[in-house]
Design a protein around this ligand. Structure first.
Ligand SMILES: NC(=O)c1ccc[n+]([C@@H]2O[C@H](COP(=O)([O-])OP(=O)(O)OC[C@H]3O[C@@H](n4cnc5c(N)ncnc54)[C@H](OP(=O)(O)O)[C@@H]3O)[C@@H](O)[C@H]2O)c1
Length: 337
């Protein structure tokens, strides 16, 4: 009896050692923070452990005992394998998220996203990882011109790779190719892979550098607009934005890892709001910022549904809380005056 209990405890301890790729990024930092608070031992990969931009990681609660940083690049298989060895699970978050147009999308975005994901999965297979959670995006869902216009998009909707290429939407292409390659690899190699597809992520930053989605909100309260996708208008497209808080994304990623019944992909979106309504909401909270004056109407808005994730037990916080905590944290980090 005592032996069985000791074995069960040892298995539980082993299950709680996981690797998080790209640990210093906006989303991954929150995943690491939440894992540490839940008693996990975390192997976090970063490209250059000496870089000051990762200093926030060592300051997280329990980091000194339970966070081990590994130097790894997505295109360097051996470095990934070393970081993943000894873990029961991998939460694959790292992927390039460009904030401006990229001169060489194949090298800058597609290769690290797709080949990088396959490198992670190959290492997971060799190390006999129990489950991999891949952080995908609604970018891998919404670029589908054939989806019926009046129908809400669910997990069965995939972005069209041809459409992404035709519209030169390299980030969307990278996430679509990486997620579909991950499921294909999982099927062929008997690996348990679950994907979480968040919408546009706002929320407080732990890092001191500006990531792309944070820049969207910073620019909005400065009266300008950041284009993550091609378009080229001077005015701000009054598009319906699928928003979610970074802390709720971290919860979803860990839930997808922990819940045995989790399978397939999960759209992770909390709020849908038009850009102009978002700016008005912010204006009521922060009247002293500058907001955009001109908006252009978009032809069609995609609607998304996170019912599958909610059935798994996921909940999300109110939008006002996300907006206030975001702005206050940007000020604290010196990213916004
Ligand atoms: N933010 C959003 O609105 C949003 C929405 C949906 C999905 N996502 C997904 O969430 C994930 C994290 O995004 P984020 O917003 O947290 O962006 P982020 O702060 O820019 O983080 C991206 C991370 O990827 C790492 N990375 C990029 N290329 C790499 C390479 N070749 N080798 C190793 N690491 C590499 C970066 O490492 P370095 O620190 O070394 O640069 C960084 O840690 C991405 O997979 C993204 O597609 C984000």
């Amino acid at each position: 009896m005592a032996m069985a209990m000791a074995m069960a405890m040892a298995m539980e301890v082993e299950r709680k050692r996981v690797c998080v790729t790209g640990a210093g990024g906006f989303v991954a930092s929150w995943v690491v923070k939440l894992l540490l608070s839940k008693g996990y031992v975390v192997h976090g990969t970063v490209r250059d452990p000496k870089d000051e931009k990762y200093a926030h990681l060592s300051k997280l609660d329990r980091a000194s005992d339970n966070l081990k940083i590994f130097k790894a690049d997505l295109l360097d298989y051996d470095s990934l394998r070393t970081a993943i060895a000894g873990c029961a699970g991998v939460l694959h978050v790292a992927s390039p998220v460009p904030s401006s147009s990229v001169p060489n999308p194949e090298v800058e975005v597609l290769e690290p996203a797709v080949k990088g994901t396959l490198n992670v999965l190959k290492a997971c297979k060799e190390v006999k990882i129990r489950r991999v959670v891949y952080v995908s995006s609604t970018a891998a869902v919404v670029m589908n011109p054939n989806w019926p216009k009046d129908q809400v998009m669910d997990e069965s909707c995939w972005s069209s790779k041809e459409y992404c290429k035709a519209t030169e939407n390299w980030y969307c292409l990278s996430k679509t190719e990486a997620e579909s390659a991950a499921f294909e690899y999982a099927k062929q190699n008997g690996l348990d892979v679950v994907a979480v597809c968040p919408g546009l992520i706002f929320g407080p930053v732990l890092q001191l550098t500006l990531n792309s989605s944070t820049l969207v909100l910073v620019k909005l309260v400065q009266g300008t607009y950041m284009q993550l996708v091609q378009g080229g208008e001077d005015s701000v497209p009054n598009r319906l934005r699928p928003l979610v808080d970074v802390r709720d994304v971290a919860e979803a990623v860990i839930m997808a890892y922990e819940k045995p019944e989790a399978e397939g992909r999960y759209i992770c979106v909390a709020h849908a709001i038009k850009t102009r309504d978002l700016a008005e909401k912010l204006r009521r909270l922060y009247p002293d910022f500058t907001y955009p004056k001109n908006y252009s109407e978009t032809q069609h808005d995609n609607k998304l549904n996170s019912e599958k994730l909610q059935k798994l037990g996921w909940t999300y916080r109110p939008l006002e809380e996300t907006l206030i905590d975001s702005i206050e944290s940007y000020r604290e980090a010196g990213l916004l005056k």
